[in-house]
Design a binder for this molecule. Sequence first.
Ligand SMILES: NC(=O)c1ccc[n+]([C@@H]2O[C@H](COP(=O)([O-])OP(=O)(O)OC[C@H]3O[C@@H](n4cnc5c(N)ncnc54)[C@H](OP(=O)(O)O)[C@@H]3O)[C@@H](O)[C@H]2O)c1
Length: 252
Amino acid sequence: MDISGRTVLVVGGTSGIGLGLARRFAAAGSTVVVAGRAPGAAAGLAGDGSLDTVRMDVTDPGSVLRARDEVLTRHPDLDVVVTMAGVMLFEDLRDPAHTAAAETTIAVNLLGTIRVVDAFTPHLLTRERADVITVSSGIAFLPFPLMPTYGASKAGVHAYTEALRAQLAGTGTTVTELVPPAVATAGQELVNPAALPLEDYLDEVLELLTAGPTPDEVVVRAAQRLRWAERDGTYADLLRQRSQALSTLPGR
Ligand SMILES: NC(=O)c1ccc[n+]([C@@H]2O[C@H](COP(=O)([O-])OP(=O)(O)OC[C@H]3O[C@@H](n4cnc5c(N)ncnc54)[C@H](OP(=O)(O)O)[C@@H]3O)[C@@H](O)[C@H]2O)c1
């Protein structure tokens, strides 16, 4: 995949991995727009004039369409859309109050991805060449039991991405899935010493994304043991290890 001279929208690009990826595209010579619920208030964007911004709440269909119209008016040559918006929430499934977190997670991570793809696909199909980049997680392939709906939402993003790729085959639009491992963003840097530093993660992503034909999935080294646990016969052992984190829930 060529990352220079592109016109890119990163939905969920106001912080963390999305902002880092947006900056990599911009540094490579692409025009980049980042979207989030309140880009004007995003600390990571303060004083950064290199990225255009748009307000978008992926849980609100009207907001997605308004942002789509705004972006395409300002950037009619848009040819890359990244669906990075996501929330990562812990849930105690013995407490029915977790349902609120479950609903938010599905609304942002799964329905949000679908809404953004739906909003931009007709435009992307008018381009000779375009890319959709979705974002799942290693947890889509090996659950982390503290985040049950998160895993379900990302397994859904994976399945949806596979179907989208099949449906867009033969068009000029390529569909790629990022499968991040734990990355030191969104507070992970405080609780997970094994989380990959953001810039190290982005170095590896860019290497895989730009080498030869665009891969269907971008699975950096640290994500491989999660992505391929079932194939490698390590799934049960790893799931048991990852279940130990449940002891941090109140009353366990
Ligand atoms: N960090 C990890 O370890 C890890 C691992 C695997 C996968 N991932 C995935 O990578 C993606 C980015 O994660 P991150 O770690 O960079 O988290 P982050 O720093 O919290 O970034 C999340 C982004 O999503 C946006 N967002 C949240 N709710 C939204 C909504 N309703 N509408 C529009 N945008 C919304 C946020 O923007 P606003 O707050 O400005 O709206 C922000 O730009 C997520 O999809 C996450 O699931 C992360």
